[in-house]
Design a protein around this ligand. Structure first.
Ligand SMILES: [Zn+2]
Length: 377
């Protein structure tokens, strides 16, 4: 048997991330350089000022937290060199933080040069498919240079059925290659906007996710971050998601929470952003992630949006340790991530075996310290 201390020196390597957004992770100096090369004036005098303003300092709202996107996204959108570069650099950065495998969320719609539903087309068009190919190229380059494996988790917005259908067709085409699954994000702009986009689900988007399930495409959705527990329930029920992005509010409804535990729904948690978006009140006595850990729930620990949080994975782990997580909880979160990642079965098994090897865990030790379920992968 090994003590919890055994893991203390071990979790600096072979981490797994399942929830980090490509659009919200570019390096500030890269954006600054792209702006200068394109004679684009960012509304800041210096790089330092830009970098500082991108980070949300105090708990705020989701929309305020995401505000920096408007400053720089137009610079990346439709810019092939920039898209490949930010994909490469974000994978490189994760490798530096000890990540060996990462599922990277992004909306191709945010990076493509047209909104497909407008029916526009031109020789200069950067399509969703091209975005995926550029990101894949960046990831492959990082894999060669740093050994990190990164895969695309293609997100679509709640508000746009055309986008959802196009994303689904890419997921189908690139399944078990560069794309591991489909995700749902973005604010709701329909009649339920007072709920910050979490309650409303369009019929057409539900159909896309149901089709994804039939096709064996893995599914996750942002929910329970700004919206109430009922939104988590709806996302799980109607979209057939296997994982949820954030999901903190689910712990407020004990019946729902127990049901999610029973179903083995994985929570992609992001400690710093949970405060900065206002999803978890700063004065909350027990952070929902601590509850998930204590209840042996299936959860992972992620950075979400490093440019807006200003954090690394170490910072995320440290915050949770301050809130009461033990080292073995953090190790277990990494094993959870391996178990609930969307890789094809053999690659998943290889990743899991790699983790066991790195952390020096044999079958029996695993049973004693983590959870029997982990052995079923
Ligand atoms: Zn997210």
């Amino acid at each position: 048997m090994c003590s919890p201390q055994f893991y203390q020196t071990k979790f600096s390597k072979s981490r797994i991330q399942l929830h980090i957004h490509l659009e919200c992770s570019p390096h500030a100096p890269t954006i600054w350089e792209i702006a200068q090369n394109n004679n684009h004036k960012l509304p800041f005098k210096t790089l330092d000022e830009f970098k500082k303003e991108c980070v949300t300092k105090e708990p705020s709202t989701l929309s305020n937290y995401l505000k920096p996107l408007a400053w720089y996204l137009p610079l990346i959108k439709g810019n092939c060199t920039a898209i490949e570069r930010i994909a490469y650099e974000m994978a490189e950065q994760q490798a530096r933080e000890g990540v060996v495998y990462s599922e990277v969320h992004y909306r191709p719609a945010n990076l493509a040069s047209i909104i497909r539903s407008d029916g526009l087309s031109s020789a200069e068009t950067v399509t969703y498919r091209m975005v995926l190919e550029l990101v894949t190229k960046g990831f492959q380059r990082a894999e060669q240079d740093y050994g990190i494996k990164a895969r695309s988790l293609l997100n679509c917005g709640r508000e746009n059925p055309d986008e959802a259908r196009e994303v689904l067709s890419l997921c189908e085409e690139f399944k078990d290659k560069s794309v591991v699954g489909i995700g749902l994000s973005g604010p709701w702009i329909g009649p339920n906007q007072d709920l910050e986009g979490e309650e409303g689900l369009r019929k057409e988007v539900i159909e896309v996710f149901q089709r994804a399930a039939q096709l064996g495409i893995h599914r996750t959705a942002h929910t329970g971050e700004a919206g109430p527990p009922s939104s988590v329930d709806r996302h799980v029920k109607f979209l057939h998601v296997e994982r949820i992005g954030h999901g903190y509010r689910a712990v407020d409804d004990e019946v729902l929470y127990q049901d999610l535990l029973k179903k083995g729904i994985h929570f992609e948690t992001c400690p710093h952003s949970s405060y900065l978006t206002g999803a978890v009140p700063a004065n909350c006595i027990k952070h929902p992630i601590v509850k998930l850990a204590e209840d042996s729930a299936d959860f992972s620990i992620n950075t979400d949006d490093p440019l807006f949080t200003g954090t690394t994975l170490d910072d995320e782990y440290r915050l949770l340790q301050k809130k009461g997580l033990k080292d073995f909880h953090i190790v277990r979160a990494n094993f959870n991530a391996a178990q609930s990642c969307f890789l094809p079965p053999q690659e998943k098994k290889d990743l899991f075996d790699h983790l066991k090897n790195v952390y020096g865990i044999t079958g029996n030790q695993f049973c004693n310290h983590l959870n029997n379920n982990f052995l079923t992968v």
